[in-house]
Design a protein around this ligand. Structure first.
Ligand code: PMV
Length: 342
């Protein structure tokens, strides 16, 4: 009788599978620089089928925020240790960002080389504004350039996912669909852009707090999957919401897009709140803003929101109601996802 033993793929094995022979390519440039924009999920990723490889249990769909993101400059250095700057401040090796980034870089070192890295981000770090999504998407692009690998966007999406799940969606502009895939090694779990443009679509950022979140999305996801009595309903909710959102995008139907995206975010937060112990990212400001939005909708203003793992909200609306939205939320930061198509 033969015994079949399931061996889990490590991150290093996943990287080596993607890079193949290119890993040995030592024709490194002196320096590389890349920018990646952040993305906001309209249909959320919440729950993993593989914790090590950030393989999701469900598909998800996002919109990229073109001007908001991270720029990363990378060099191979002669130092004995990695050197990491975040927003022009050199980090010590106990800083969580230093540890996360250098651990990720370990996967790509040729002959144990050390790196010097500068990241500048124009969004608050770890405040539920997907700073890790653009951070890892920029980093894999910088690595690709530095080592002349010429990876495809699909391959870059797989590598970025190993840093942070949502980073797999930050390689493209516009609407992006991340397919969960079924393979244990995750080579079929990458994102793809949708063709549809929506020039009148607007996203408004309501930033109530720039403080790092009380619990990381990684931990919160695990706790939710392990303890929420509602979690079994989530994959079906996502399947239905994703299909509705795709139809709404095709029809440029803001009402259906907004209602579904908002409902999806509320369902994700209901899972978190029902986990044990409860995870609550909303603050009084978050709830007050929600009330204002629902009140405005009662008065026929087509304004919707989504919320990630933090207290901040992202408004979803069309250009025609911008003056009313600005009057309601004077502090809102406007993002035009399809700016060049205006
Ligand atoms: O990629 P992570 O581990 O930061 O998780 C992202 C989770 C959400 O932002 C809440 C949802 C999503 O799909 O982006």
């Amino acid at each position: 009788m033969s015994v079949v033993c399931a061996v889990e793929t490590t991150k290093q094995q996943a990287v080596d599978l993607v890079l193949g022979e290119r890993k040995a390519n030592q024709a490194a440039m002196h320096e590389a620089e890349a920018f990646a924009a952040t993305n906001i999920a309209l249909c959320k990723y919440w729950g993993k089928r593989d914790l090590e490889l950030n393989l999701p249990l469900t598909d998800s769909l996002s919109i990229t925020l073109p001007d908001k993101g991270a720029k990363t400059r990378l060099q191979i250095s002669n130092n004995e240790h990695d050197v990491v700057y975040l927003n022009n401040v050199q980090l010590t090796d106990v800083h969580p960002f230093f540890q996360r980034v250098t651990k990720f870089l370990d996967l790509f070192r040729v002959h144990q080389c050390k790196f010097k890295l500068w990241t500048e981000s124009n969004i608050p770090v770890a405040a539920g504004l997907a700073s890790s999504a653009c951070g890892f998407a920029a980093l894999v692009q910088a690595l690709d350039q530095l080592f002349n690998w010429h990876l495809t966007k699909q391959e870059l999406s797989i590598l970025a996912r190993l840093g942070s799940g949502s980073a797999s969606r930050s390689l493209w502009h516009g609407f992006v669909h991340w397919q969960a895939g079924v393979e244990p090694q995750g080579l079929d779990s990458f994102a793809k852009p949708l063709k549809t443009l929506w020039p009148t679509l607007r996203i408004g950022l309501l930033v109530f707090s720039e403080k790092p979140k009380p619990i990381s999305s990684r931990k919160a996801m695990q706790q939710t999957v392990a303890t929420s009595p509602l979690f079994s309903t989530w994959p079906q909710t996502v399947a239905e919401d994703l299909a509705k959102i795709k139809v709404a995008i095709d029809n440029q139907d803001l009402q259906h897009l907004g209602e579904t995206a908002e409902g999806n975010a509320m369902a994700m937060h209901a899972l978190m709140q029902s986990s044990r112990p409860a995870i609550v990212y909303s603050t009084c400001e978050t709830l007050q803003a929600m009330q204002k939005i629902w009140q405005a909708r009662k008065q026929h203003l087509p304004l919707y929101f989504t919320q990630d793992a933090g207290p901040n909200l992202k408004l979803i609306f069309e250009a025609a109601i911008l003056p009313q939205v600005e009057a309601l939320f004077p502090g809102m930061e406007l993002v035009i996802p399809f700016r060049s198509e205006k």
